[in-house]
Design a protein around this ligand. Structure first.
Ligand SMILES: *Cc1c(COP(=O)(O)O)cnc(C)c1O
Length: 484
């Protein structure tokens, strides 16, 4: 056929839209969307034809411009455009708080509560018992107080926001003293000195990278009177000095300093803060609520940090707490009150879905055994080697059943907490090492990623590993299916 003939043979948009399948699709998805898809498919066919040489026009697949084919392609296009950018994946890396994979998976009750509280209206800011306006700050306040022993609590968008509002409230126009060993970068341009600047607080660095003593903080404290009295010539840094607003400790979440080291404890800082009437802030980050030292996690807990005397403690909701993304601030009532009244509070406030997930997660902590059983992050940390080995064996069997070329071997691995928490903790775990025929590890890794539910694996020394600590039992068949 000639080009002109082919072009004339292209169906009209209306003709295609009358196809039964598209009429139904338009009812569900909207006429505009289906019409656009048909127009796009026809336009693509037209340009294909225009690019043909007269000699090759003969070879053109005439069937591809039939009404039926164009309708089918339009249907596929609608489907493709609706494919979600945010979808589930299977984490077979053995890293529990994988930042790129969404950090903490939520427990079932948290998920149910999100659906429950957001499907219709909710008590987000309404006090049902008294029939009047309520505050979202009260939703989890009591529960957090009960669990941590804090006087009051507040929830913001994430721990970065929490740091921002704490510093803006307690440190604006004042100096905040931080150890040089704790001027950390959490990742993605979140650096303590930069946040400090943004909040309007002045950073006063003390100590050295490896050693900071309580006397370093003590010598740096600036009272209002002294700050005002200082003559320019007397200033040690040739800079203006301001009253000290807070002493701040930042948890070394994502790095360790080993060797000849010394850091100041919260107890020491609290005593110094108390003597000088200056609040002590602890940016704790990980949000560990209960003692997990039995599993190798020798980290401070939230209640212990408050017990030690910190006036304000802040942490993430989606690290070791195992809840939704959030920043939780606990501590002395007067400070929390000032933060709730700060203009940033409105800018950083969280949605009902977050409160719903957080409340359900926090309830678990009323019994540590329940928390350990039901909160995925904690149960993954606590998984014993029997459970892990058994899961690895079941995964290997499932793979061998569907892929005769695959050679599987159970190997010991070291899993990690990840997510910038407990960087030196290694959890002894198990993985299935898979050799799929003569395919390279990279090729198998790509194949796994292209599965319907993509599987993210680990490659170690050119060996493909499926680490089972972060794999749920109902994901085993899916992983095997991906290797079919
Ligand atoms: C993780 C972390 C943050 C940032 O928390 P996000 O919830 O990711 O915003 C801040 N400070 C410390 C010490 C952390 O560990």
């Amino acid at each position: 056929m000639q080009k002109q003939e082919l072009l004339r043979g292209l169906p009209k948009i209306d003709e295609v839209l009358r196809q039964e399948s598209l009429v139904m699709l338009a009812e569900e998805k909207g006429e505009l969307i289906v019409t656009d898809a048909v127009r796009e498919v026809i336009a693509a066919r037209r340009s294909e034809i225009l690019e043909l040489l007269e000699e090759t026009a003969e070879l053109f697949d005439v069937e591809s411009i039939s009404i039926g084919r164009i309708a089918a392609d339009a249907e596929e296009l609608v489907d493709k455009k609706e494919r979600k950018k945010l979808f589930p994946v299977i984490n077979a890396t053995g890293t529990i708080l994988h930042t790129n994979l969404g950090r903490a998976p939520l427990c079932k009750d948290a998920l149910d509560n999100v659906a429950e509280a957001s499907r219709g209206y909710s008590s987000l800011e309404y006090n049902v018992a008294h029939g009047r306006r309520g505050s979202r700050h009260d939703l989890v306040g009591e529960l957090i107080k009960e669990l941590t022993g804090a006087e009051d609590a507040m929830v913001v968008n994430n721990n970065a926001s929490a740091t921002m509002i704490v510093l803006a409230t307690l440190g604006k126009g004042k100096e905040v003293i931080v150890s040089r060993g704790e001027l950390v970068e959490i990742g993605g341009s979140f650096r303590i000195p930069d946040i400090m600047k943004e909040s309007g607080a002045y950073l006063t660095e003390v100590g050295t990278s490896n050693k900071t003593k309580i006397s370093d903080y003590e010598n740096a404290i600036m009272t209002k009177e002294r700050a005002e009295d200082l003559e320019y010539g007397e200033l040690d840094r040739g800079m203006e000095r301001f009253e000290t607003g807070a002493l701040m400790k930042v948890h070394k979440s994502n790095y360790d300093i080993i060797g000849f080291t010394e850091e100041t404890s919260i107890e020491e800082l609290a005593a110094l803060g108390k003597k000088n009437d200056i609040p002590v802030i602890f940016d704790m980050g990980n949000g560990l609520m209960m003692d997990m030292s039995e599993y190798g996690l020798r980290e401070p807990t939230i209640p212990a940090s408050l017990q030690a005397g910190a006036d304000v403690v802040l942490f993430s909701g989606d690290k070791l707490l195992g809840g939704p993304q959030a920043g939780i601030i606990v501590g002395k009532k007067e400070y929390i009150k000032a933060m709730k009244e700060h203009p940033l509070a409105r800018a950083l406030r969280v949605d009902k879905m977050t409160f719903a997930a957080l409340e359900a997660t926090l309830h678990k902590y009323r019994d540590p055994k329940v928390a350990l059983r039901d909160i995925p992050v904690l149960s993954m940390i606590a998984s014993g080697s029997d459970v892990l080995r058994d899961r690895a064996e079941r995964l290997a069997d499932a793979i061998k059943k569907v892929n005769k070329d695959a050679v599987c071997e159970i190997v010991e691995v070291e899993d990690q907490i990840g997510g910038g928490a407990a960087p030196s903790v290694r959890l002894p775990g198990f993985a299935v090492y898979v050799q799929d025929g003569n395919k390279s590890a990279d090729r198998t890794e790509r194949k796994l990623r292209k599965a319907e539910v993509p599987v993210i694996a680990r490659i170690n020394d050119d060996r493909l590993l499926l680490c089972v600590r972060t794999v749920a039992d109902d994901e085993i068949e899916l992983i095997a299916g991906a290797l079919r």
